[in-house]
Structures are given as C-alpha cells and as structure tokens.
Design a protein around this ligand. Structure first.
Ligand SMILES: *[C@@H]1O[C@H](CO)[C@@H](O)[C@H](O)[C@H]1NC(C)=O
Ligand SMILES: *[C@@H]1O[C@H](CO)[C@@H](O)[C@H](O)[C@H]1NC(C)=O
Ligand SMILES: *[C@@H]1O[C@H](CO)[C@@H](O)[C@H](O)[C@H]1NC(C)=O
Ligand SMILES: *[C@@H]1O[C@H](CO)[C@@H](O)[C@H](O)[C@H]1NC(C)=O
Ligand SMILES: *[C@@H]1O[C@H](CO)[C@@H](O)[C@H](O)[C@H]1NC(C)=O
Ligand SMILES: *[C@@H]1O[C@H](CO)[C@@H](O)[C@H](O)[C@H]1NC(C)=O
Length: 268
C-alpha cells in the first residue's frame, strides 16, 4: 500500500516536469524579445507558454513543432517580423529546422548557431540580414538546406561550408557577397549534388565557377587611371589657355587705359 502511494507520487512529480525544458524556455523568451512583431502575428507567444511550450508532441506555440517535449521545428515565415535573431536561439538545442523566411529581420546571423548541432534546415531567405555568413555554422554537420537568398549579407562565402557533406540545397543569391566562390561549393566533387549559378547570382562582386571568372580588374584600373590622368591634363590645358586669354585681354585693356591716361594727364 505504501509502495503504491510512493509510486503514484513519483509519477505525479515526474509527469509535469517532462514537458518543460529550461533551455527551450530561455531560447523562446530571448527570441521573442529580440524579434519585433508589429502586426501581433505571434499568437500565444507569452511567458507562460514559453515555460511550457510542449505537451509531448503537441505545441501550444503556433509556428513551433514539438518532439518528445522539446522544440524541434520553428517556422515563422511571412509574418512581417522585424528586429534581430537572438544568439540564445542556440539554446533550442533539439532544433532540426529553422525557417524565418520572408520577414524583415535585420542584424547578423548569430555565430552561436554552431551549437544547434541537430540543425538540418536553415531558411533565413528574404529578410534584411547583414554581416558575414558565420563560418561556425559548419559545425552543424547535419545541415542539408541553407537558404539565405535575398538578404544584405556581405563578405566572402566561407571556404569551410564546402565541408558540409549533406548539403543538397544552398542559395545565397541576391546578397552583397564578394570574392571567389569556394571551389568546394562551386565545383563539388564526387557524388555531392552539384550547385548551379542560380545559387550564387545577384551578388555584384562574387566570381568564379559556376559564375563567370573575375573581371580583369587590372585593365579597368588602368583605364580609370588613364581617364583620370587624361581629364586632369585636359582641364589643366584648358584652364591654362583661359588664364592666358584673360591675361592677354587685361594687358590690352591696361595698355588702352594707359594710353587714355597719358592723353589726359599733362606731361611735365
Ligand atoms: C495557448 O497556450 C495554452 C497553454 O499555455 C493552450 O491551452 C492554448 O491551447 C494555446 N492556444 C493556441 C492557439 O495554441
Ligand atoms: C504573406 O502574407 C501576406 C499577408 O498576410 C499574404 O497576402 C501573402 O499571400 C503571403 N505570401 C506568401 C508567399 O505566403
Ligand atoms: C544559451 O545561449 C547563450 C548564447 O548563445 C549561451 O551563452 C549560453 O551558454 C546558452 N545556455 C545554455 C544552457 O546552453
Ligand atoms: C525557404 O523559404 C522560402 C520562402 O518561404 C521558400 O520559397 C523556399 O523554397 C525555401 N527554401 C528551401 C530551400 O526550401
Ligand atoms: C571542376 O572539377 C573537376 C575535377 O574535380 C575539374 O576537372 C574541372 O576543371 C573543374 N572545373 C572548374 C571550372 O574549376
Ligand atoms: C539550377 O538548379 C535548380 C535545381 O537545383 C534548377 O531548378 C534550375 O533550373 C537550375 N538552373 C540552371 C540555370 O541550370
């Protein structure tokens, strides 16, 4: 009898705690603070729900999907969200899919994403993300989708991304990236899925296969220097001629005045 009571008590104590996770709570709380939601599209995104977002496989948070009491999918797309992505999102360590596409989110891609070691899908496309693509996301070894198209990302594409052996979809088109496309991505070897130009186009200063090679910068620099020197010389000649003509005119005027003066003034 006593044993049964003890078992029941243990069960009752163990059950509710199974559906709350302090890491997911920190992740959601911080994310909701860093994002701005001007149209109030995030229903039920409140403190009380963050403390208990999952009940087994059911989620009380629209946009979140649960697996065994942990958040494993977050899809907040086309909700007019602004603000930035909190680095604490990396506390959702069971996350396999993160889709924040088609919002107006700005700021950097947190390098702390490296702690999302289960992440397979990362879709941050069609936002206003700035800064560089953090090479640390290479630590998310299961990544098979990286879609960052249509943002304001700058800098080079990290060489290390070529190490992601499961990568089957990669899109960084329409950003402000520059420099060479790493061969490990642009010309993948063996059985790895090939990426074509569509993944890279719309970046003014990005070059190399499958995009065209670097425009011969040496020539264009020479041409620019030539044009600069030429126009400098031309304007020098022009202004010199101008000054000469002006001097000539003043000289003639002065000579004429002198003539008049000498006519008026009596000679002593
Ligand atoms: C909001 O969360 C509460 C629990 O915190 C839940 O009972 C309710 O069904 C949720 N509403 C929606 C729309 O998911
Ligand atoms: C995005 O949301 C707007 C307004 O809610 C809607 O009109 C539009 O069709 C949505 N776009 C997509 C691609 O779902
Ligand atoms: C939560 O994320 C922050 C920012 O990345 C990190 O500093 C902190 O160690 C994380 N906490 C846990 C428990 O992982
Ligand atoms: C990323 O999201 C956009 C918009 O929601 C969608 O059109 C696109 O197909 C997604 N990318 C991948 C690789 O699934
Ligand atoms: C792509 O790689 C193959 C061998 O891996 C090589 O023969 C080929 O020249 C490379 N193409 C370019 C454009 O770099
Ligand atoms: C590039 O590949 C995608 C699929 O990955 C395909 O839909 C598209 O048509 C290809 N574009 C070109 C120019 O080959």
């Amino acid at each position: 009898m006593d044993l049964l009571l003890l078992l029941l008590l243990t069960c009752a104590a163990a059950l509710p705690s199974a559906s709350s996770d302090p890491d997911d709570e920190a992740c959601l709380t911080q994310l909701s603070q860093s994002l701005r939601d001007p149209l109030k599209n995030l229903q039920n995104w409140t403190k009380s729900t963050f403390a208990n977002p999952c009940s087994g496989f059911t989620s009380y948070l629209p946009g979140a999907t649960c697996n065994n009491g942990r958040i494993y999918k977050l899809s907040l797309t086309n909700l007019s969200l602004q603000g930035s992505i909190s680095p604490f999102l990396s506390n959702c360590t069971n996350l396999q899919s993160l889709d924040l596409s088609s919002n107006s989110i700005s700021g950097p891609i947190p390098q702390d994403f490296q702690y999302l070691v289960n992440l397979a899908v990362l879709n941050l496309s069609a936002n206003r993300l700035q800064g560089e693509i953090p090479p640390q996301i290479t630590f998310c070894a299961y990544l098979n989708v990286i879609d960052l198209h249509d943002n304001l990302l700058t800098g080079q594409i990290p060489q290390q991304l070529g190490l992601l052996a499961r990568l089957s979809a990669f899109d960084v088109s329409s950003n402000k990236l520059s420099g060479p496309i790493p061969t490990s991505l642009g010309n993948r070897s063996g059985t790895l899925p090939k990426l074509n130009a569509t993944s890279f186009e719309g970046n003014k200063d990005l070059y190399g296969y499958p995009l065209p090679p670097m425009k011969s910068k040496g020539l264009s620099v020479l041409v620019i220097v030539g044009i600069g020197l030429g126009s400098g010389l031309a304007s020098l000649v022009l202004s010199f001629t101008g000054v000469c003509i002006w001097l000539k005119i003043t000289e003639e005027k002065m000579a004429a005045e002198e003539g008049k003066v000498s006519q008026i003034m009596p000679d002593y």
